[in-house]
Design a protein around this ligand. Structure first.
Ligand code: GDP
Ligand code: ZN
Length: 351
């Protein structure tokens, strides 16, 4: 399979250059088993393991390969096996924090170009939820596209679109109904050769149904194709990264599907109005909350009024914003900044 078809581009080529000179191969992770990875390469699929050196040097779980990652390999093609030596820098990533002795980051999908945020136009419609998924997309580095699904169940579509627009300035919004087979063609515009898409949205909004329309029923059936395994027996296998017939790559991992749960745990759902409130009470206007006297944020954390983790998420999103501003896409950055203001201001007004 052609690497471009799998999402390879100049940026990755540049990162790979030095490894290439040392005769390493490259591939994209399609499935993560325990300690094993199914990796798609130009010369076919291989079953890969992490090198001892990689394991030794890995700085936490987030350093390990995840579905969508490009990995530097030495391939033993006749065995169908390979060893993973490095993970190329990620263009975007969706991750969740695993609470343990220390909080660890687990990557659930990497190098996603476009994320479809799916929300159903039924009684569960909730613009705040869309807002939270948008923040997640913003954090990930993938471009968000909003899909309002189950249009057949909605009487006031225009109103819902307007509500959505108010929290998603500059973000494309598409209305679809899988039931009536309407609006789906517009989504093809995002499904192009070498572009990776993923879906985000609460359970029951119609993500699987959409995936079926992208992959086509036939492909879906063969997604669990029988193939020979090591022992020569037939077993069913699945991939969490698939190349679509029309071009484009779809990532659909259980981790991605669980992100919604994580999202409500972090407390992003409440917005950050409380933090902004503390900030406004700091003694100095330009307080960086790094130990200045009269800092209301530090005080709030010390006194347990403000959760340190929440403050960390807040800083993380701010950093992401700063990053977006540095990116060429000034217009998107401005839109995100406006939206950011709106999230915090909107929440403040409500109190
Ligand atoms: P997921 O949990 O997000 O993957 O949602 P599913 O794709 O499993 O869909 C949940 C339910 O909604 C299923 O019963 C689907 O048949 C139904 N559904 C999906 N799309 C539509 C639609 O456009 N209109 C209606 N009325 N139902 C839909
Ligand atoms: Zn302060």
């Amino acid at each position: 399979m052609d690497l471009k078809t799998l999402g390879w581009n100049q940026q990755f080529e540049n990162e790979f250059e030095s490894y290439k000179q040392e005769s390493y191969s490259v591939g994209r992770v399609a499935l993560e088993h325990k300690h094993m990875y199914r990796v798609l390469t130009e010369s076919g699929e291989v079953l890969a393991e992490i090198s001892g050196k990689f394991q030794y040097n890995a700085a936490g779980r987030g350093a390990y390969p995840a579905v969508g990652d490009w990995v530097v390999l030495s391939v033993r093609i006749e065995e169908g096996k390979a060893t993973i030596h490095h993970v190329l820098p990620r263009k975007s990533k969706f991750s969740r924090n695993i609470a343990g002795a220390t909080t660890e980051e687990q990557i659930v999908a990497a190098n996603v170009d476009t994320v479809f945020i799916v929300a159903a136009l039924n009684a569960d419609f909730n613009v705040r939820r869309i807002e939270r998924y948008l923040l997640m997309a913003l954090e990930s580095g993938a471009n968000p596209v909003i899909i309002l699904s189950k249009a057949d169940l909605c009487q006031d579509i225009d109103e819902k679109i307007q509500e959505t627009e108010s929290v998603a300035i500059g973000v494309p919004i598409h209305v679809v109904s899988a039931e009536q087979n309407s609006g789906l063609e517009a989504l093809s515009a995002y499904i192009n050769e070498g572009k990776t898409i993923a879906l985000l949205g609460s359970s029951g909004v119609g993500k699987s149904t959409l995936v079926n329309t992208f992959t086509g029923k036939a492909t879906l059936k063969t997604a669990g194709t029988r193939e020979d395994d090591d022992r020569g027996r037939h077993t069913t296998t699945h991939r969490e990264l698939v190349v679509l017939d029309q071009g484009g790559i779809l990532i659909d991992t259980p981790g991605m599907r669980e992100l919604q749960l994580w999202e409500s745990e972090t407390g992003l759902s409440q917005g950050f109005s409380d933090i902004e409130e503390f900030t406004s009470r700091c003694k100095f206007r330009d307080c960086t909350h790094n130990g200045e006297p009269g800092c209301a944020v530090r005080k709030a954390i010390e006194e347990g009024e403000l959760d340190a983790e929440r403050y960390k998420s807040y800083l993380k999103l701010q950093k992401e914003l700063a990053y977006l501003e540095r990116k060429e896409d000034k217009q998107l950055a401005q839109a995100q900044k406006d939206k950011w203001k709106k999230v915090t201001m909107g929440q403040r007004k409500k109190r």
